[in-house]
Design a protein around this ligand. Sequence first.
Ligand code: GRF
Length: 198
Amino acid sequence: MKNIVILISGGGSNMEAIVRAAERDRWAERHGARIAAVVSNKAEAGGLAIAKAHGIDTAVVPHKDFATREAFDEALAKVVDSYAPALVVLAGFMRILTPGFVNRYAGRLVNIHPSLLPAFPGLHTHQRAIEAGCKVAGVTVHQVTTELDHGPILAQAVVPVLPDDTAATLAGRVLAQEHLLYPRAIAGWLSDTSRHNE
Ligand code: GRF
């Protein structure tokens, strides 16, 4: 069985969309894959209760307990590695990961970013898209490399930017697409046998 570990920091709506897709589309039978654990850097992350309600293991590695990024990432990797993951999924995980962590999971670490990369890496993507006068915005699922919000693009979806959009209304329209795109991109990754030999 291929284990998937999902890392979150907050509400976990993308994680929930992935978990629901895994159940609905029977990833265990179809892809030999399961969501093995959801790990958060924040104990108060709302997504933890959602994961538990689906019978998924949860863990918290509070970044505030560690003096350096390296020490935090090492503790995080220890938890993640205990599930021997085929895929590690960043879903609203709001910590910058060290090259050591990223390289450890090279080729099996994916992220979702709420912009059409390579436009608008980093934070405040919706506000920046509106201020730039973009007529379309969107979301990107990509493999994680050591450069923040870069790496090979696995999937994208486009949404219109409407004349009266605020960052909040645009974020809502993009988030609805995130919930469709991320499970689809992961299922695509799982069925692409050239990526793994199990
Ligand atoms: C999403 O918009 C994600 O793309 C961004 O943070 C948000 C997380 O939402 N990085 P959730 O925790 O999945 O609900």
